[in-house]
Design a protein around this ligand. Structure first.
Ligand code: NAP
Ligand code: GDP
Length: 367
């Protein structure tokens, strides 16, 4: 029988990654992918979820849909991060059991692991071994309950419900909202605005935290490979190797290079750093797929920046712009700024960077 693979969150970052690569994994003869968004079914509504299962009758599910965002959304919207995710996840897991789904892959995140780790790297088994970082505890506990729920059905009913925990994901179709997005899409957007307004490019926090960034299409490939395995481990971290970890500052510099931004970079330490590091082990995923080649960060950023600039005025999720922004639709952001190498420009750049540095705050009450 033809598999009907339901992808919840099909309009999101990872959903689009799966759309881009799914043709590698199925011929139209043996499976069909169905991508849904909140406009099709609101997964926080039990009625909608019931209707969805009745209409789609999925045989496999990749559950990506979530209320998700970067550090500042996690800090500022805790009720939504907890309630929406708990309800959506409950509805999907229960529905998957009731409708006899053959395999469910549910998405957690490595940012939901414990804050204090006895020794790095973090492994799959450590998920519940201590509280998460305070900044994202609401999101973290909702995601942890998703793992408990899948495990309960696996152990009690033999359901093939498994979890994946990706690290910080980026790519085309990301959420580039400056306040709500994750760090890379927020910084790409801010770099564009800084370049356009000839203003400093502001990285929040100290720039010292470390992250393992993974390209959305790599996550998509790995999830679809797991979906095809005869036997899938109950929990797999999806991550680049530890050696690929970079600091936020390094990532910011790569973005300025990718966007040909040549003005000053400012670190605003009045903003929170969140968790300093969450270095995870990629050994389980590497053992499963030793041939897998991760997309290098520079290449993934190049593709993401290209997509963002191409779609700034149509598809890109850019959120509400800060009031002082004067986005100019006609300017070619790929071109270097005029007079960028003249002595006068260098003088102004230096002056700007000194002024910007002088403005950096360091206060104990972090935003
Ligand atoms: P995303 O780009 O923000 O997309 C979220 C998706 O969820 C959208 O398709 C959205 O549909 C859907 N959705 C939200 N609320 C819904 C509702 N009430 N009913 C139905 N659908 C709803 O998210 P993503 O970055 O692709 O994340 C995918 C998964 O990976 C999530 O489970 C997330 O927790 C996890 N994750 C993400 C990251 C990361 O860095 N992005 C890292 C680790 C783990 P609409 O388009 O209609 O709103
Ligand atoms: P996390 O990896 O789950 O902690 O979430 P993010 O993707 O939001 O990354 C947060 C880290 O990036 C923190 O150390 C922030 O201080 C830093 N950061 C620097 N600038 C920004 C920004 O403009 N937006 C976000 N979300 N984080 C930023």
């Amino acid at each position: 029988m033809k598999d009907r693979v339901l992808i919840t969150g099909g309009t999101g970052l990872v959903g689009h990654g799966i759309r881009a690569v799914s043709h590698h994994y199925c011929s139209e003869l043996d499976s069909e992918f169905i991508f849904i968004s909140s406009k099709d079914y609101d997964l926080t509504s039990a009625d909608d979820v019931q209707r969805m299962f009745e209409q789609i009758r999925p045989t496999k599910i990749v559950h990506l849909a979530a209320c998700v965002g970067g550090l500042f959304k996690n800090m500022n919207q805790k009720v939504d991060m907890l309630e929406k995710n708990l309800i959506m996840n409950f509805n999907i897991v229960r529905g998957a059991h009731d409708f006899g789904v053959k395999r469910l892959i549910a998405c957690l995140s490595t940012c939901v692991f414990p804050h204090h780790i006895p020794s790095y790297p973090v492994t799959e088994e450590m998920l519940h071994e201590g509280p998460p970082h305070h900044s994202n505890d609401a999101y973290a506990y909702a995601k942890r309950m998703l793992e408990v729920h899948c495990r309960a059905y696996r152990e009690s009913c033999g359901d093939d419900f498994v979890c994946v925990s990706p690290t910080n994901i980026y790519g085309p179709h990301d959420n580039f909202d400056i306040e709500e997005g994750h760090v890379l899409p927020s910084l790409i957007h801010k770099c564009r605005l800084a370049k356009l307004a000839s203003k400093p490019f502001v990285i929040r926090g100290t720039g010292t935290p470390l992250r393992q960034f993974i390209y959305s299409q790599d996550v998509a490939h790995l999830i679809l490979r797991l979906l095809d395995l005869e036997t899938c481990p109950p929990h797999v971290i999806l991550s680049v190797p530890e050696s690929h970890e970079v600091s936020i500052r390094e990532a910011g510099v790569l973005i300025t290079q990718g966007m040909n931004y040549e003005n000053s970079i400012v670190l605003d330490s009045s903003y929170s750093d969140g968790q300093h590091k969450k270095t995870v082990s990629s050994s389980r995923i590497e053992q499963l797929f030793p041939d897998f080649q991760f997309t290098p960060l520079q290449q993934g950023l190049r593709e993401t920046i290209q997509w963002f600039n191409d779609h700034y005025h149509d598809e890109a999720r850019i959120g509400i712009l800060p009031e002082e922004t004067a986005e100019n639709p006609t300017e070619d952001l790929a071109a270097p700024p005029p007079f960028s190498s003249s002595p006068l420009q260098s003088f102004w750049n230096r002056l700007r960077s000194l002024l910007a540095g002088a403005g950096t705050r360091d206060v104990s009450e972090k935003k």
